[in-house]
Design a protein around this ligand. Structure first.
Ligand SMILES: [Fe+2]
Length: 243
């Protein structure tokens, strides 16, 4: 349980929690492939005490059928199925890749993380910092949207300067909790601990694409007391965001 001042997260750490990033909507992206697998995961998450899940399917050029109307319709069907087997509250948002289709989604209206309709979960390519990204996000902010950068620790190009510049521009950051356990490699582990230590994260999510990865890595997360406190703060922010 203990080692070098670090503690494993208790199994019930997510009791009453809201997860703001997941790919549980089945068959629409590289997340859960079938309704059955999604429902099985929801039952397991309910056992852990999770109260709310925000479903955030990928909106990117790899999935051209994922537009607002199509995903909203699929969500309603899935939500009806899920309500038969568990009492976790489901919300719909999206994870927007800042690619060529991004402005099209912007015109359709974003599926936002929050009730007030202005927090937009965004991601970029892991490897490349594509020209114009910052300006695009900035344009959105000018229209009263609040960018939430998904898993900033995972971007290979991102360094301390990027992180501070993004925070200066008031982008919010969402930690992928499994980054802390090495699910995305050692660099993401180091960056996640750095950003946690600096208090730069605003929210935390699982970014769950399948139950297996979550069950494999979650028990390996070890945090010191300060980091544990930070994580609790982020869970509190999640709740305030989704309501
Ligand atoms: Fe994601």
């Amino acid at each position: 349980m203990f080692g070098l001042g670090k503690h494993y997260l208790p199994d019930d750490f997510f009791r009453g929690a809201c997860d703001i990033h997941s790919h549980l909507l089945p068959g629409v992206d590289d997340g859960f492939p079938t309704v059955e697998k999604s429902l099985h995961a929801l039952k397991k998450l309910e056992e852990r005490g999770i109260k709310k899940m925000v479903l955030t399917p990928h909106f990117m050029k790899d999935y051209p059928d994922n537009d607002r109307a199509n995903i909203m319709a699929k969500f309603e069907v899935f939500k009806a199925e899920a309500s038969k087997v568990c009492s976790i509250e489901l919300h719909l948002a999206a994870e927007y890749m800042l690619d060529a289709q991004f402005m099209e989604h912007y015109k359709q209206g974003f599926l936002t993380l929050d009730k007030d309709g202005n927090h937009v979960l965004c991601e970029t390519s892991y490897m490349m910092y594509e020209p114009g990204i910052t300006e695009m996000i900035y344009d959105i902010m000018c229209e009263n949207y609040q960018p939430v950068v998904a898993h900033p620790e995972r971007y290979e190009y991102a360094n301390r300067d990027n992180y501070f510049r993004w925070k200066d521009k008031r982008y919010e950051f969402q930690l992928n909790i499994l980054s802390l356990a090495g699910a995305y490699g050692e660099m993401a582990v180091a960056k996640a601990h750095y950003l946690l230590k600096e208090g730069m994260y605003d929210y935390v999510g699982s970014d769950m694409h399948g139950l297996g990865n979550f069950e494999r890595f979650f028990p390996e997360i070890r945090l010191n007391k300060k980091e544990m406190g930070e994580l609790e703060r982020l869970l509190g922010n999640n709740k305030k965001l989704v309501g």
